[in-house]
Structure formats: C-alpha cells, structure tokens
Design a protein around this ligand. Structure first.
Ligand SMILES: Nc1ncnc2c1ncn2[C@@H]1O[C@H](COP(=O)(O)OP(=O)(O)OP(=O)(O)O)[C@@H](O)[C@H]1O
Ligand SMILES: [Mg+2]
Length: 365
C-alpha cells in the first residue's frame, strides 16, 4: 500500500549571479508502507531537495506529494508529527550533552518532562551512546553525531523516517552499525526513505531503488531488477603494462558483446559477455598468444555501478569512498578519473563504492 507518493515535483533555484538551477525536474516517487526506498544519485542529483519537499522544509514549484494520504503541501502541520528526519548534516546543539539534545527534542514535541527523559534514556541505550550521554556534543566524533541525530529523529516514534545520506563520512564499522539500526527500525514497521551515493548501501537496505539524476528518476526497481535490466556478465582484466591497453581493447571488443570500457592508457578494461566463461577463455588464450601479461582477470555479475553507467554515461570511483571516509563532502574535490590502477570501478560486496560527481568523472570508453 502506498505510503509516500510524489508526482511531478519540480523546484528551480535562481541563485544570484547565476542561471537557474533545476534541482527537481518532474520527479515521481512511490514508497509502499513498511518498506525502505533508496534515492540513489550523484552529487547535485536532487536527493536533498526531494527530502526537503517531503519533510515540508521547502515548497515545490509544481507537483503534488502525499504521506499517509495527507497532502504535504497543503497540510504541513499534519505531516510534521508523523515524520522523522535525519538531515544530510547532523542537526544537534553542540553545547548540550547527548542526553540533553534528545530530551530537548522531546520537550519541543510536547512530550512532557518525564516522558521526554524516559524516551531519551531509551534511545541512548538503543544507539549505544551510554558513555557519551553526559558529554557535550561538540566533543563527539562524526559517527556519534550521526547516531545522536538519528536518535533525535526517532523521539516521537515517527511512522516514516527520512534519512539523507545516513552513512556518508562514517567508517566501515559505524556504517554497519547504522545499517543494523535502520534494519531494526524497518522490522518494527517504520517506512524509510533514504538517500545515498553508495551503491552497496542501496543494494543492502532498500526494497526498491530509485536512481535519480538531474532532478528526475531515471530508473527504478529492486537492485536485482536494475542489474538484470542491463543483462549479461562482465569480463574484467587488469594489465601489467598499460602500453598493452590498445591491443587488449581490440581483443575484448572481438570476444565481448559490448564496447569495452576502461581507458586506453589505463590497466583495467571491462566488457560485457553473453557467455562470460567462454569469452574469458578466448580472451586469455589470445592474450597468451600475444604475450600480454595480466595482473588479474575475472568475471562478475553487473553491479548498480554498471546500471548507472549505462543510464547516464558516468559512474563511480573508489577514490570517492576513501575521501568520504576521511573528510566527508569536503573531500570530494579533485577525484581520480576511472581507469587508474587503484580506481577499480566494480562494486564488490564490501567495497562501499559511491557515486562520483558526474561533472568531474566521465565514462571512459
Ligand atoms: N538553496 C539552493 N540554492 C541554489 N541552488 C540549490 C539550492 N539547493 C540546492 N540547489 C541546487 O540544486 C541541485 C540539487 O541539489 P541537492 O542538494 O538536492 O542535491 P543532492 O542530490 O542532495 O546532492 P549531494 O549528494 O551533493 O548532497 C544542485 O545543483 C544544487 O546546487
Ligand atoms: Mg544532498
């Protein structure tokens, strides 16, 4: 049953001294009750703008949105009591302790002193923040801030939770912890709309994924459906000598079923194959005959990265992930182009690869 429904949402910003920015451009979205939907997209795709519209923080220029049958634009006052929001940047009072922050949220929602404190204690325990509860938030690590912010969104036991990039900037352990919490909440019946740049996160948490780019949904379905939509397997090779790339490229083209991807100066090349084992054998035999040495060669199923590449012509790089873990959003400038030795573009089960800014990373051909 539909719980959140958005139709034709548009929002254009006109920043001073610059042309108009179409943050949302006819975005449609349906989230069934009790499920997790992921909005997956690169920087500037319109994820936060969508969350802001649905959480009554901004009004769209056009379009409609309902949550539990209530019109978000006409009745924001009826929406606010049933939603919880954890924004892209944690909204916490730096000078209050973890406990005081949660207690304050309870008071703001008129829970009353006793109930507010009881709920704050419950959430401190749920989020494993006992040690930090009496320390001012300004001394918290990024992961602790994120947890206290999410705890704040849960004070009123909302029916629906909006999580805007809940794990960006978290280390792998904190990320797993956050995933567990989200999974538990969903198990208790909460409907979740989360935004992410992490392909693996969407794959792991979401029942349904809406891939967004330039303010609209460009594909949707389960992770498996999205992967199936581009069909076939991939053959990947990693050359010892990048000088072999042009010849290797031709060999992959001959035995694969698509145009190979990877750079002509790089070491990593990938091609689709209808029958990947046969294609890989032929490719390896040809490489052997021509004395082309390899670091690595293998087959894999398509990833969401491949889906995104197919849909938009650009994809993710591993470098983003490292930068995110180290420095959050600020670290994303100057990322590496795909095709470098360490820039493996496949999303392995534990790689946590995320989307790159499309302006900076073009798909190598
Ligand atoms: N207040 C604003 N004024 C002007 N432009 C804005 C404003 N808010 C968002 N935008 C622009 O709208 C577009 C969509 O922004 P949005 O924040 O929704 O992207 P996002 O998908 O959340 O990206 P990110 O992954 O970087 O958080 C971007 O081009 C952004 O620069
Ligand atoms: Mg955002």
């Amino acid at each position: 049953m539909t719980f959140i429904e958005a139709r034709g949402l548009s929002k254009t910003y006109s920043p001073r001294g610059a042309g108009p920015v179409h943050a949302l451009d006819g975005l449609d979205l349906v989230v069934p009750r009790g499920t997790v939907t992921a909005l997956l997209g690169p920087n500037g795709a319109g994820k936060t703008t969508t969350v802001k519209v649905l959480t009554t923080l901004i009004r769209p220029d056009h379009g409609t949105a309902t949550i539990d049958g209530i019109d978000v634009i006409a009745h924001p006052d009826r929406i606010r009591p049933i939603i919880g929001v954890s924004g892209q940047y944690a909204a916490v009072d730096e000078n209050l302790t973890g406990f005081e922050n949660l207690d304050m949220v309870g008071r703001l929602y008129h829970l009353g002193a006793r109930q507010s404190r009881a709920r704050a204690r419950e959430l401190i325990s749920l989020f494993d923040l006992e040690e930090a509860q009496n320390r001012p938030v300004k001394g918290f690590s990024g992961g602790m801030r994120r947890r206290i912010d999410l705890a704040g969104a849960l004070v009123t036991r909302p029916k629906v939770l909006f999580l805007d990039e809940p794990t960006t900037g978290l280390d792998p352990r904190s990320r797993l912890g956050m995933w567990d919490i989200i999974t538990t909440l969903v198990g208790q019946g909460t409907t979740v709309l989360l935004t992410t740049q992490y392909l693996e996160e969407a794959d792991r948490l979401a029942d349904s994924i809406s891939v967004i780019d330039d303010g609209k949904v460009i594909a949707e379905g389960t992770a498996d459906e999205l992967k199936a939509s581009i069909g076939g397997q991939r053959v990947e090779i990693n050359l010892v000598d990048p000088a072999d790339a042009p010849v290797a490229f031709e060999i992959l083209r001959r035995f694969g079923s698509s145009e190979p991807t990877g750079s002509l100066e790089g070491r990593e090349l990938t091609v689709n194959a209808v029958d990947a084992p046969v294609a890989l054998q032929s490719i390896l035999a040809e490489f052997g005959a021509r004395d082309i040495r390899l670091f690595d060669a293998g087959m894999r199923r398509p990833t969401l990265d491949d889906v995104f590449l197919k849909l938009t012509g650009h994809m993710a790089t591993e470098e983003d992930q490292d930068q995110d873990h180290q420095g959050g959003k600020a670290g994303r400038a100057g990322r590496k182009k795909p095709g470098k030795e360490s820039g493996k573009t496949a999303t392995g089960a534990d790689s946590g690869t995320n989307m790159a800014n499309k302006d900076e990373v073009g798909a190598a051909s």
